[in-house]
Design a protein around this ligand. Structure first.
Ligand SMILES: Cc1ncc(COP(=O)(O)O)c(C=O)c1O
Length: 358
C-alpha cells in the first residue's frame, strides 16, 4: 500500500495507516480556503446548472475575456483550462524531449507531467537553512542547456514566497538565455496584497503564469484554472488543448469569482491572523514551522525525524495531515498543514499538545 499522492484523500490515508475515517474528520491535508466558497456561489448555483445543458464555447472565449479583463491583460495572452493541473500537463507537452529545471521541493505534478512527456529533468533544492529560498548560485549553476524552469510561487509545500531581488536575478538569467519561466501562482491570492509576478511579463517575455480558482474559492470539484503568457506561447498551448475544456458551470464560477474582492480580502486577513497565531503556538510546543505566506505551512519535530507516528496519532484523533513522502527533499520528516478556521485550528493544537505530553 502506497502513500496517497495528494492531500484530500482521507480514505486512502486511513487505509495506509490502518485507522478509520470518522464522520467529523478534520482534513488539514486540504489546502483550499476554509472560508469558501463565497456565499454567492451557493446562491447562484441553481442558475448555473442550466448552463450544463448547452455547449460551452470550444476555446472558452467568454471565459478568457473575463479573465483578461480581471487580470488587466489582453485576451490573446490568456488560456483557460480544466484546472491548473490541465495547464501544467499542457505546458509539459511543449517541453517534450527538452530539458526542464525544477526548484524542489515542489508540487509533484510538474515532474509527473514532464516525465510523461519524456522531458529531461534537472533539479535544485531549496534548503530549510536558507528559509526555503532557492540558492541563486545553485540556480545559475543549473541553467546550462535548460529550456524551461518550472516552479510554484508561493511554493507548495513550504508556503514560502521568494525574495524580490532573488526572483529578479533568476528571471534575468533565464531571459538572457532565452529560457521559459513557468511560474505557478496557484496560491498567490492568499498572500497579503496578492503579491504576484504577472506585471513582470513585459520585462521578461518568456514568463508563463499558471493560476487556479480551486484554492481561494474552494471549488476543487469544478476544475478551473488559467494561463497567462505571450500570445505566441498561448497559441502553442491552445493547439494542444481539447475543445470544451472549460465547462459552463466552471465558466460561471470564474466570472463570479472576479466580483468577490471583499470575500478574497477578508479571507486573506483571517487566514494571515490564524497562520501567525498557529506559528507562535506551535513553536511554543517545540515544533519548527516554515515561514509561510499563504494558507498552509510545513511542520517538523526538532530535531527532524520521520513523522509516521505523529501522522498516525493525529489520524486516530480524526485529524488528517499531508504527508511529505512524495516531496523531494522532505521524505516524510515534515507534514504540511492547512490553516483552517479558529476552532478547527484549536482542535489541531489540542491534539498536538496531547502528542507532546504523551
Ligand atoms: C502548486 C499547485 N499548482 C496547481 C495545482 C492544481 O490546481 P487545480 O485544482 O487548479 O488543478 C495545485 C493543487 O494542489 C497546486 O498545489
Amino acid at each position: 500500500m502506497h502513500w496517497p499522492e495528494h492531500g484530500a484523500m482521507p480514505n486512502e490515508l486511513a487505509r495506509r495507516l490502518g485507522t478509520s475515517v470518522p464522520q467529523d474528520i478534520l482534513d488539514f491535508s486540504v489546502n483550499t480556503n476554509p472560508f469558501g466558497p463565497p456565499d454567492s456561489f451557493r446562491e447562484l448555483w441553481p442558475s448555473w446548472m442550466e448552463a450544463a445543458f448547452y455547449y460551452p464555447h470550444p476555446q472558452g472565449e467568454d471565459v478568457r475575456k473575463a479573465i483578461a479583463e480581471a487580470a488587466g491583460v489582453r485576451k490573446e495572452e490568456v488560456l483557460a483550462g480544466n484546472g491548473g493541473s490541465e495547464i501544467i500537463f499542457l505546458l509539459a507537452r511543449l517541453y517534450k524531449d527538452k530539458t526542464v529545471l525544477l526548484i524542489e521541493p515542489s508540487f509533484a505534478e510538474y515532474r509527473t507531467a514532464l516525465e510523461a512527456n519524456e522531458a529531461r529533468i534537472k533539479t535544485i533544492m531549496a534548503q530549510e537553512e536558507n528559509q526555503w529560498q532557492p540558492s541563486l548560485h545553485d540556480f545559475l549553476g543549473a541553467l546550462s542547456s535548460v529550456d524551461a524552469v518550472f516552479f510554484s510561487h508561493p511554493n507548495n509545500p513550504t508556503g514560502v514566497s521568494y525574495g524580490e531581488e532573488l526572483l529578479r536575478q533568476m528571471f534575468q538569467a533565464c531571459h538572457d538565455r532565452d529560457i521559459d519561466i513557468v511560474c505557478d501562482e496557484a496560491f498567490y491570492d492568499f498572500t497579503v496584497n496578492h503579491r504576484h509576478l504577472l506585471s513582470w511579463r513585459h520585462t521578461f517575455p518568456t514568463l508563463i503564469i499558471i493560476r487556479s480558482m480551486t484554492k481561494m474559492f474552494s471549488i476543487p470539484g469544478l476544475r478551473a484554472g488559467y494561463l497567462i503568457a505571450s500570445p505566441d506561447k498561448v497559441r502553442q498551448a491552445e493547439k494542444l488543448m481539447p475543445a470544451w475544456s472549460v465547462n459552463n458551470i466552471a465558466g460561471c464560477a470564474i466570472k463570479q469569482a472576479f466580483k468577490e474582492q471583499s470575500f478574497t480580502d477578508a479571507s486573506v486577513n483571517m487566514i494571515a491572523t490564524e497562520r501567525e497565531r498557529m506559528k507562535t503556538k506551535l513553536e511554543e510546543l517545540g515544533f519548527v514551522i516554515s515561514p509561510a505566506t499563504v494558507n498552509y505551512y510545513l511542520l517538523r519535530e526538532d530535531p527532524a525525524k520521520d513523522l509516521l507516528p505523529l501522522i498516525t496519532f493525529l489520524s486516530e484523533k480524526g485529524i488528517h495531515v499531508r504527508h511529505t513522502y512524495n516531496f523531494s527533499g522532505l521524505n516524510g520528516s515534515y507534514i504540511r498543514m492547512a490553516v483552517k478556521k479558529n476552532e478547527e485550528n484549536n482542535r489541531l493544537l489540542a491534539a498536538l499538545q496531547g502528542w507532546k505530553e504523551r
